[in-house]
Design a protein around this ligand. Structure first.
Ligand code: NAD
Length: 493
């Protein structure tokens, strides 16, 4: 079993407290690696290294074009090591190899995209309304960025956050989830091989309340970018306010998949299943509420249940597995608790509804793909994020009813619409309060497309051109070339 160390200032270093945490393989249910149990002093070392990199040394002097070239070199290295990194992610979080292979192979595109953007961040010359004055804006890196990521897609989140931050000229300290840190620690070595100066990328692992919180508090961190639950996000937002940090938050959801009678029901059924059972439901964009038009509700429910019943549970490394284990014991218990709550509230279970008892599944952390009908929109199962393979089906009459039900949530991350009527697609996509709306598809993301949530699903957007602004400060520069007597010092110029 390999023991890992933090990656600080271009080197792997042991944790100051000389403590490590077992990283558990959720499929086997056994430890497979050890990661450092970081403390506030480890965070301090990493932030000091990042600050130094931004103040002095090669990173501070590097041109944006050179930064971009390093990013593209890193992208190529990740492509070269994608299979190994994806296997590590599966060992850590139990998600399907097919899914993680796809994600890790896609990761480099963010570095290519933002690597190309690095030297196209242009300020403006203002046609200023004052005589004898030259006025322009320039964009500067915001400073050291603290990157906090969740366990479900560790390297994808690094792409979403760090590519824009690095292109902007920031240095980063990454604190991955204590449940899935190994891929991030391995990734750090590739940043060195790509040629990034020491201190630009740093990784400190450990628990959120300890290492994570120390990063949020640190006075030399200028910005926090976070992916995780809304409860933790709110805590971080409040804490970061004490030191006036910039904050962006990618949080949870209770996303609706809305099926109209006029759609291709088979395609919609596949989309609904991908929305809730892919990744064992452990995705922020899980389409956990299926809203279906009453005229086809019975027929469509049967289709979805049949497709859900055909999902194969098993070893996430194998290509024919559809459902892997739940990542953590806490999450496993939470999902089972929600299933019990739904039953107690009167929802009717038509598929699954408990732990998978198949003795061929070694780690024990498997939940049956579960579908509830007779769900009332006020039930907890219809309102709270489960983060597991649990679908609630509810009926609606018409567009207005669908919009009202879809928006009746504190969340606003994503929504799916299934219809063959383009006018309806346009009306619905405008009325839904969600950061992403998919029409006749679900779970599509791209480096070009902004992603993020409304309401309790977060603040800010990742991916796309505009997201780089989150890592920049605008500076306004005024230069007077007026001749003659000094201006009146007592009035605003
Ligand atoms: P989490 O909130 O428990 O933890 C996320 C990260 O924050 C981890 O690195 C954790 O160690 C750290 N953390 C925890 N408490 C902290 C604190 N007090 N101070 C600083 N850091 C702290 O989330 P999770 O269980 O890892 O992930 C699941 C959640 O993430 C779900 O709610 C899911 O919807 C959300 N998520 C959102 C997106 C998105 O892009 N919107 C993507 C994936 C997951």
């Amino acid at each position: 079993m390999k023991t890992y160390n933090h990656y600080i200032d271009g080197q792997y270093v042991e944790p100051i407290g000389q403590k490590w945490i077992d990283s558990i393989d959720p499929y086997e249910g056994k430890p497979w690696a050890r990661i450092p149990h970081g403390c506030a002093q480890d965070v301090d070392r990493a932030v000091a290294a990042a600050s130094r990199a931004m103040r002095e040394g090669p990173w501070a002097k590097m041109t944006a074009t050179e930064r971009g070239k390093l990013m593209i070199r890193l992208a190529d290295l990740v492509t070269k090591h994608a299979e190994r990194l994806a296997e590590i992610e599966v060992r850590d979080n139990g998600k399907l190899m097919a899914e993680m292979r796809g994600q890790v192979n896609y990761h480099p595109e963010w570095f290519r995209y933002y690597g190309g953007l690095a030297d196209k961040i242009e300020g403006a010359v203002m046609p200023i309304d004052k005589p004898d004055m030259f006025a322009f804006t320039r964009y500067e890196a915001v400073g050291v960025v603290g990157v906090l990521t969740a366990w479900n897609s560790p390297l994808l989140f690094i792409a979403w956050k760090c590519a824009a931050a690095i292109a902007a000229g920031c240095a980063v300290v990454i604190k991955p989830s204590e449940f899935a840190s190994v891929s991030t620690l391995e990734y750090a070595a590739l940043t060195k091989e790509a040629g990034f100066p020491d201190g630009v990328f740093n990784v400190v692992t450990g628990y959120g309340a300890e290492a994570g919180s120390a990063l949020v508090d640190h006075p030399q961190v200028a910005k926090i970018t976070f992916t995780g639950s809304d409860v933790t996000g709110a805590k971080i937002y409040a804490q970061a306010a004490q030191s006036m940090k910039r904050v962006s938050l990618e949080l949870g959801g209770k996303s609706p998949n809305i099926v109209f009678a006029d759609c291709d029901l088979d395609k919609a059924a596949a989309g609904v299943i991908s929305g809730i059972f892919a990744a064992t439901g452990q995705t922020c964009i899980a389409g956990s509420r299926l809203l279906v038009q009453n005229s086809v509700r019975e027929e469509f429910t049967k289709k979805v249940a049949a497709l859900g019943a055909s999902a194969r549970k098993g070893n996430p490394m194998l290509p024919d597995t559809n459902i892997g284990p739940v990542t953590t014991p806490g999450q496993y218990k939470k999902i089972l608790d929600y299933i019990d709550i739904a039953k107690a509230e009167g929802a009717r279970c038509i598929l699954g509804g408990g732990p998978a008892t198949d003795s061929a599944l070694p780690g024990g952390q498997f939940v049956e793909p579960t579908i509830f009908v007779d769900v009332d929109p006020q039930m907890r199962i219809a309102r709270e994020e489960v983060f597991g393979p649990v679908l609630s089906i509810m009926g609606f009459e018409d567009e207005a009813h669908a919009i009202q039900m879809a928006n009746d949530t504190i969340y606003g991350l994503a929504a799916g619409i299934w219809t063959s009527d383009i006018g309806r697609a346009m009306r619905m996509s405008s009325a839904l309060k969600a950061g992403t709306v998919w029409v006749n598809t679900y779970r599509a993301v791209s480096y070009m497309m902004p992603f993020g949530g409304m309401k309790h699903s977060g603040l800010g957007r990742e991916s796309g051109l505009a997201s780089i602004q989150q890592y920049l400060e605008t500076k306004s520069v005024w230069i007077s070339y007026a001749e003659g007597a000094p201006a009146n010092p007592f009035i605003l110029r």
